[in-house]
Ligand binder design. Structure first.
Ligand code: WT7
Length: 630
């Protein structure tokens, strides 16, 4: 592949990068993994520990409910921790953490294992059993990792809710998952302020009735209400004799659920995507090892939040499975100054930085002198995820942060895919703005409305044609929605919801979502969530939300509302509505702008035509409006 002549602007891997890389020839690996897919994944699975081996790698007898490593018994937490403490990695750092306020903490594999075992026993003492759901709502602190691993250890299904979500989002996720236990921190530091997570949780708990025990981690010392009989301090529980260091581990079937994670879809409420112990483990381990080329001595930093799939797969599980040292930072990238990230890269000698285009664009605005103050020579590889990266940001990242020696792994994937799906490996020549090609062995296509492959450089729907180990297994409690959403437009083929162009070299260029999902700063939100928050306000009769291009955030939310008869349009009303969305869904969902209107464009069957609103806002031609009611 490196010999082929590629079109456009191409960045070839250097000799140093190639020498170090686990995989030196993408074509060779891809050919093998495509033609021997089950054998390929089986070999990767064999690098991990199983209490019992599988009797079938892939069971596709009940499509699209694929099963991987059927009959195998393992536990992802065992592979993240127990296997390492039996080796020379025992005292290696698993986690380096820095708080926004400058506090720091490190944990070796030994220490992380000890804490996860202790907390596993705490969970057991609260009656948590295999298959029970546990909701986790915290900032970026080590305890979130401990809590996730403790759940996995005892066979509980964790449901992490991102700390940037607020009351209603949390309440509906707790309720839908039927969690009896909630683990929360008193608050989280963000830009020098405290986000009152426990207070938000208290309000959410008034709206849902399932939680019996709430474990509170002290992080900020913020004053919190502790409800007698329900709320308990994490530290106190960890000091009780029940929290012993020996915690028996559940041997899980490969297909037993590991976690659910809520994400936004086309319509209605967020859906819980279900991942399993076996296939997810094999997929995240293999993809991280090859894409970020994990080496024994690396210090790796994924700057995402554990509350999203990026954090699940590539802060928690992937890094621990590969036995690397992961760095985690609690706060905002520009706090107290715009050099915070660069200072930490220098201080800890970070080798791999994985972040989102929005963060890069945000830091770019402050100018390169903030970066240039620091020695970033430890960096070897960079990564990008969450939304398309514009070539300008790519080049800045490459030149200013990576000093033109660090290849950028632009990884396309989804909550549903569990692992990287379109991504370079370090040996792959790069084109700024393209995620290059599918991960070896993954077969994708670009198709038209009828499912026919489109020609090179034509836009089409991105679909995945073969199953992969870390794939979504179902939508929690709603298998029909799983089939309907992902497998029904083109039977037998997985629909991603993205539109894409594939160039003459087979490189993929993601264009964006084709459904009602809006990517704001890389965060995935549904128009339905924002709209239902708006209509839950007493003054609002109807609402429509759309995403419009934004220089830093990628997209920003614009909302249009029709007021109820009798509601008074005051100067402060739109601001009040913005605050209301922030309080109900979370600050990330707060509309940039709200406009009060008299009517909304609808189809004759009453569906809001967001496409028309978007065209109007952008001053573009709305296209075919023959179905418009009026
Ligand atoms: C959607 C999935 C999986 C990590 C974080 C997002 C968009 C994701 C890229 C990329 C262009 C990207 C897609 C996708 N997306 N990565 N490298 N280039 N677009 O997970 O919240 O489930 O969102 O994010 O539109 O469908 P998610």
């Amino acid at each position: 592949m490196s010999n082929a002549k590629l079109s456009g602007e191409v960045y070839y891997p250097s000799k140093e990068i190639l020498e170090k890389a686990h995989i030196k020839d993408w074509d060779e690996l891809n050919e093998y993994a495509t033609n021997n897919n089950e054998a390929f994944w089986e070999e990767k699975a064999n690098e991990l520990h199983w209490f019992e081996k599988w009797n079938k790698v892939l069971d596709d007898s009940d499509k699209p409910f694929y099963k991987w490593f059927v009959g195998g018994k393992t536990n992802i937490a065992y592979n993240c921790l127990d296997i390492h403490i039996k080796t020379s990695r025992r005292n290696k750092l698993a986690l380096i953490w820095e708080g926004e306020n400058g506090e720091g903490k490190t944990m070796s594999y030994f220490a992380l294992h000890r804490e996860a075992c202790k907390f596993g026993n705490v969970l057991k003492s609260l009656g948590v059993k295999k298959g029970d759901r546990v909701t986790i709502y915290m900032g970026r602190i080590p305890e979130i990792v401990i809590a996730m691993l403790a759940c996995a250890r005892v066979g509980a299904i964790h449901s992490v809710v991102y700390g940037g979500f607020s009351v209603e989002s949390l309440a509906e996720r707790i309720e839908d998952s039927n969690s009896r236990v909630l683990i929360v921190s008193d608050g989280a530091y963000q830009r020098g302020k405290i986000v009152p997570l426990k207070q938000i949780a208290d309000e959410a708990l008034q709206r849902c009735g399932t939680v019996e025990h709430c474990v509170v981690v002290k992080r900020t010392g913020a004053e919190v209400n502790m409800e007698f009989g329900r709320d308990m301090w994490y530290n106190e529980l960890m000091n009780l004799p029940q929290a012993s260091r020996e915690c028996s581990l559940e041997q899980m079937d490969a297909e037993d659920p590991l976690f659910i994670l809520y994400t936004s879809g086309t319509t209605g409420k967020p859906k819980a995507i279900l991942h399993t112990h076996g296939g997810y483990m094999v997929g995240t381990y293999t993809s991280l090892k090859y894409v970020f080329d994990i080496q024994e001595e690396d210090r790796y930093w994924c700057a995402a939040d554990p509350g999203w799939i990026t954090g699940h797969s590539y802060i928690v599980y992937g890094p621990l499975l590969t036995g690397t040292t992961s760095f985690m930072y609690e706060g905002a990238p520009n706090f107290p100054y715009p050099n915070r990230w660069w200072a930490m890269i220098e201080k800890y000698g970070i080798n791999i930085l994985y972040t989102a285009p929005t963060a890069i664009r945000g830091l770019m605005r402050f100018g390169e002198s903030w970066v240039n103050r620091h020695d970033l020579s430890s960096l070897r590889l960079l990564g990008s995820v969450g939304e398309p990266i514009n070539p300008e940001a790519w080049k800045w990242y490459h030149r200013v942060v990576g000093k033109e020696k660090c290849p950028i792994m632009d990884t396309w994937w989804q909550t549903e895919t569990g692992m990287f799906m379109i991504t370079p490996l370090p040996c792959v020549p790069l084109k700024p703005g393209s995620g290059t090609k599918p991960f070896p062995g993954i077969v994708m296509d670009v198709v038209d409305e009828k499912g026919k492959s489109v020609k090179a450089n034509e836009e089409g729907y991105l679909v995945i044609k073969t199953p992969w180990p870390a794939m979504i297994r179902t939508v929690w409690k709603d298998p029909e929605r799983y089939v309907q959403q992902y497998w029904s437009k083109y039977p037998g083929v997985y629909l991603t919801g993205d539109s894409v162009r594939r160039d003459e070299d087979g490189y993929y260029w993601i264009i964006g979502r084709v459904d009602d999902v809006i990517k704001v700063s890389g965060y995935r939100l549904g128009t339905a969530e924002i709209e239902s928050a708006l209509v839950s306000h007493s003054a609002v009769a109807e609402a429509a939300a759309i995403g419009l291009p934004h220089e830093v955030k990628g997209n920003a939310i614009y909302a249009y509302v029709i007021l109820k008869a009798g509601a008074v349009k005051t100067n402060t009303l739109t601001e009040e509505l913005r605050q209301h969305v922030s309080h109900e869904v979370g600050p990330i969902a707060k509309p940039e702008h709200i406009e009060i209107v008299d009517s909304l464009p609808k189809t004759r069957s009453g569906k809001i035509m967001r496409r028309v609103l978007k065209a109007r806002a952008l001053g573009q031609d709305p296209g075919n409006i023959s179905t418009l009611e009026e």
